[in-house]
Design a protein around this ligand. Structure first.
Ligand code: UDP
Ligand code: MG
Length: 313
């Protein structure tokens, strides 16, 4: 088998403090891998500048030709920046490894990614072995998020962020997903093909602050859930049915109170209408939601199937 060309795809948003060191460490790694003929000399690093306001782009421009820079028109978000890089890489490499610019994704794990790829795996997920370095808050919100996502029907890989290898073929398949609300952690597992995981210890950020403040994290979580599942809408429908059922019980209760002559005038009518109307309204919302949900899935134009192999006579 020929020695594979590997592209390292790294989105950067205000990463001036990290870039020099990240480049140094990655280049050393690449040089070693080239030396032992694990990867091709044409392997490269792609930095995607996601509308940084600091010197990120100037630094990228000053780097040698082993580094490719893609500058986005403005801050478009981590997932979009990553996709821009992956789609560029797709036409030039045999496999792309996506990682953070802050050296949190352990560089020494790259060997295992390449080994798995060379053995025919199309997608290799980097999975955190532990979360000791994360704050209590980050660890627990992240775990809650994975559970919620999976319960709502989006199959994300537990403890996997965006440190992953994708073969050119997997990238081709990814390019067929046309959705605008990108949530790669959810999309990539739906591609299928031969997959595997590699465990690594997540380090602390080399320098600077996390570019995912709480507001972005919440938006990301909502995007993740709503771009994979219409279960929340179905939940509304269920609540509507439940409220209507309760309204029936309230109706019986109100009639009993009325018959026992305990009710003040108009009470029975008021209390029954409140519950019944409430129930009907929520059901109606749920039904409209079902249709909105369907339209929403359709407008995504996701590929309807992905072929693994064809056997020809
Ligand atoms: N990032 C980006 N655009 C953004 C936010 C983040 O390109 O709007 C990049 C960032 O530079 C980093 C990666 O995405 O390389 C992950 O962000 P970060 O390390 O801040 O997230 P955390 O590891 O704290 O979850
Ligand atoms: Mg990080």
């Amino acid at each position: 088998m020929k020695v594979p060309i590997i592209y390292f795809v790294i989105p950067c948003f205000n990463e001036e403090e990290c870039l020099i060191e990240t480049t140094k460490q990655l280049k050393e790694k690449i040089a070693k891998l080239i030396n032992i003929k694990k990867i091709n000399t044409k392997s490269k690093i792609i930095y995607i500048d996601d509308g940084s306001e600091d010197k990120t782009w100037q630094i990228i421009e000053s780097l040698d030709n082993q580094v490719i820079g893609i500058k986005l028109s403005k801050n478009q978000g981590h997932q979009n920046a990553l996709l821009a890089g992956l789609m560029y890489a797709k036409n030039h490499c045999d496999a792309a490894i996506s990682m953070d610019a802050d050296l949190q994704d352990d560089v020494s794990t790259i060997d295992s990614f390449i080994d798995k790829f060379s053995n025919g795996t199309d997608i290799v997920y980097g999975v955190r072995a532990e979360r000791k370095k994360d704050s209590f808050f980050k660890k627990h919100t992240a775990l809650f998020f994975y559970r919620l996502m999976n319960n709502l029907g989006a199959n994300t890989i537990y403890n996997h962020a965006d440190y992953r290898l994708m073969s050119r073929r997997a990238l081709e398949e990814l390019s067929k997903f046309q959705e605008v609300n990108l949530f790669l952690r959810g999309i990539v597992p739906t591609i299928g093909l031969k997959t595997d995981i590699v465990k690594y210890n997540r380090a602390e950020r080399f320098a600077g602050k996390s570019k995912y403040p709480i507001k972005k994290m919440i938006n990301f979580a909502i995007d993740g859930i709503t771009s994979f599942s219409i279960k929340p809408i179905r939940l509304i429908l269920l609540i509507g049915i439940l409220v209507s059922f309760i309204s029936f019980i309230v109706l019986c209760y109100a009639i009993v109170v009325k018959l026992a002559n305990q009710a003040i005038s108009g009470w029975t009518f008021t209390i029954c209408s409140i519950w019944l109307l409430g129930g009907i309204q929520i059901i109606a919302l749920g039904i409209i939601g079902e249709y909105v949900g369907k339209t929403y899935s359709e407008t995504k134009h996701r590929p309807r199937y992905i072929i693994e192999k064809i056997k020809e006579s």
